[in-house]
Design a protein around this ligand. Structure first.
Ligand SMILES: Nc1ncnc2c1ncn2[C@@H]1O[C@H](COP(=O)(O)OP(=O)(O)OP(=O)(O)O)[C@@H](O)[C@H]1O
Length: 654
């Protein structure tokens, strides 16, 4: 296939050099996509159908055999050799069972070691004498040491995960799942699936994956390209709303109010307060004639525009045309026959422009937010009945700002500006948005994400027990309401692929305090893992624990309260132990990462050394958030967890 693409001669088929360039670029991309990856086998499964798919089953026709892989491969004749995992014929590879064989007699899974085919495993789905068995290859895959960036799971997607991956583009899905249940993996594979099933539509509208921070995005960025999808954008919520430079930090109380959905109404009222009803009419002079639109008629036009479901900016653009139309009606009544050009000329007339500027002025969204947060009277006027006095005081800046440039904007302010901008100008909506670690978003942030998917659908992924912001999500219904996707289906994943039984059991001791209603994760790993809690005397012992962990195969994460990272980093350096920052790629040579607890979310390491749990809890403004941060930190381990402490452990863990 690659040779065919390389041999394409486009000299006679393109009409001009622009076409030739475009076509050559497409061919180059295809050659790139067809590159041999020595460690990525062409196929990982085989399905032997009892009948050719689509054929009449009753006829007893010949069965058909398909190899399933990451991409479609055909032979010299153009006949398929490997079927894309996302094609409908591949679906039974993930879903068929003894109970419902889906017309498949044999499912074969292939195992590889470094690109070499080394094993296979057969299931005869229609053979009643064969016992149901768990897949050793799946076990091996999930036990494989974690070095390098996140990998795809295309060969081992589980039935309950596959249902989410293949759910239709029209519907939104919300997945609640404990640590390591594969939410991130499922979200990424769903985008790949949707791109396959709706390529053209999504190429036009665009797709986006939203993650909590840059190091997380870096960790997951290889997954989609490995599945052949290069066009999916990635961003944090802060990236989406970066209309101003964020240099400040809010205190949590102010951020809590600013992130509340009531702020949307405050902004709407404040923006609309700029519209005034005209005091006088407008007079348009054309040649020797004067045309007058009286104030009552202007008022009618303005009221009509206000009543319509239009953006502030769009209505502002429509206003001069409406006034011009009123003038045209008068011209026609006077026997003239004006056309569109006249209407446009009247709309651009200085008198009309002046009245528009007065009645419906242009508003800068950042200035609007600046005024709300600086001017107590202005805020009070528009927050009446929405925010109480205390809340208003909380959001007002102690020192009113002078200009948009000089303000030390905080992250929550940027979200308000984004909301204001959307009231003025409709935000572009994408075809599909995946929102990972959603539980940490404020209602206003949910709105910011939701308006980027008003005409598309979303996949929301999160875990209520891992919410570590003061405004973290209490219920998915509420979150979906703020996203504007109240009709989304909420699914729950409870099988854990990352954290082994003993580690998840230990971490789940915190669940009654942090998320009482949630089902604990049940690990599917055969190896129960190892948990050790070790009292230590100081940083030297923590370094020794890391050295010990490094004797095992795979990556090691030293997770510690943010405030302790500097000292621990120094201790590691002093001991001559090189370490990486979260998101930096682990390699066989550099396997140790020092992870501030605030950045641990979504990441995983074969061995975790967790330093001083009490300090992780104390690093947060309240105990519940602290315990949740600890829960996130404890659930990063794939094989072993070593907790080191000098201070007493939180009582939940004793
Ligand atoms: N079906 C599967 N086969 C093999 N590995 C899997 C499967 N599902 C998930 N995994 C692996 O389990 C690990 C955890 O998955 P992932 O990070 O997607 O979980 P998560 O639910 O997003 O976790 P967290 O809540 O901690 O962010 C990853 O290494 C992933 O590759």
């Amino acid at each position: 296939m690659r040779e065919d693409a390389e041999a394409l001669d486009i000299r006679d088929v393109t009409a001009n050099w622009v076409n030739a360039e475009v076509l050559q670029h497409q061919i180059d991309e295809r050659i790139k996509a067809l590159a041999d990856l020595s460690h990525t086998p062409l196929f990982f499964g085989r399905l032997d159908y009892l009948h050719a798919p689509g054929a009449d089953v009753a006829e007893g026709a010949e069965g058909e055999k398909f190899y399933i892989g990451r991409r479609h491969v055909h032979d010299v004749e153009g006949d398929p050799m490997v079927i894309d995992w996302r094609a409908p014929v591949s679906q039974p590879f993930y879903r068929a069972s003894k109970k419902n064989p889906m017309d498949v007699a044999l499912r074969r899974r292939f195992g590889y070691t470094g690109g070499d085919l080394t094993a296979y495993e057969d299931e005869h789905l229609t053979d009643p004498t064969e016992a149901e068995q768990t897949s050793k290859l799946l076990q091996q895959e999930i036990e494989r040491p974690r070095v390098g960036p996140m990998r795809d799971i295309v060969a081992t997607i589980q039935p309950e995960q596959d249902e989410i991956v293949r759910s239709g583009l029209a519907g939104s899905v919300c997945v609640q799942g404990g640590p390591g249940t594969g939410k991130t993996a499922v979200g990424l594979h769903r985008v790949a699936y949707l791109l396959y099933a709706h390529r053209e539509r999504l190429a036009r509208t665009g797709t986006l994956v939203i993650g909590p921070n840059a190091s997380f995005l870096h960790y997951i960025e290889q997954v989609l390209p490995a599945l052949g999808e290069l066009e999916v954008k990635q961003a944090t919520v802060d990236d989406l709303v970066a209309h101003v430079e964020v240099r400040g930090v809010d205190d949590p109380a102010a951020a809590l109010v600013k992130g509340d959905a009531r702020m949307a109404e405050v902004l709407r009222r404040a923006l609309r307060s700029h519209i005034t009803l005209p005091g006088e009419g407008v007079v348009v002079v054309r040649g020797s004639r004067r045309w007058r639109v009286p104030s009552y008629e202007l008022e009618e036009i303005v009221r009509e525009l206000m009543a319509r479901d239009m953006r502030y900016g769009a209505a502002r653009e429509a206003l001069p045309q409406r006034i011009a139309h009123a003038v045209l009606v008068q011209m026609e009544r006077a026997g003239e026959a004006p056309d569109d050009r006249v209407q446009n000329a009247v709309a651009r007339n200085a008198a009309v422009k002046a009245v528009v500027k007065e009645v419906w002025p242009a508003v800068d969204p950042a200035k609007l937010v600046l005024r709300l947060l600086s001017d107590g009277d202005f805020l009070a006027e528009h927050a009446e009945g929405l925010l109480d006095d205390e809340e208003q005081k909380t959001v007002l800046w102690a020192k009113p700002a002078r200009s948009v440039k000089s303000v030390k904007w905080a992250a929550a302010d940027a979200v308000l500006i984004d909301e204001a901008l959307d009231l003025i100008e409709r935000t572009h909506s994408l075809g599909h948005v995946v929102l990972d670690e959603a539980q940490d978003l404020s209602p206003m942030q949910y709105r910011a994400v939701g308006r980027r998917a008003t005409t598309g659908s979303v996949t929301v992924l999160g875990d209520l027990a891992q919410g570590t912001t003061p405004w973290s999500t209490r219920s998915w219904d509420e979150a979906l309401h703020h996203l504007g996707k109240a009709d989304a289906v909420v699914e729950e994943l409870t099988a854990g692929f990352r954290v082994p039984t003993d580690v998840i059991t230990y971490a789940s001791l915190l669940l009654p305090d942090i998320a009482p209603g949630l089902t604990p994760v049940e690990s599917v790993r055969e190896n129960p893992g190892a948990v050790e809690v070790r009292p230590v005397a100081g940083a030297g012992d923590v370094v020794a624990a890391c050295v010990e962990a490094l004797r095992n195969e795979g990556s090691v994460g030293l997770i510690a309260a943010d405030a302790r990272c500097e000292a621990l980093g120094a201790a590691l350096a002093e001991a001559g132990l090189a370490y990486l920052a979260p998101g930096e790629e682990t390699t066989a040579e550099a396997r140790l990462t020092l992870v501030p607890a605030s950045l641990a979310k979504g990441l995983e390491y074969d061995y975790v050394v967790l330093d001083e749990p009490a300090a992780v809890v104390d690093g947060e403004p309240d105990e519940r958030t602290g315990l949740r941060r600890l829960y996130v930190s404890l659930t990063r381990a794939v094989s072993g967890l070593l907790v080191t402490h000098t201070a007493p452990l939180p009582t939940q863990l004793t």
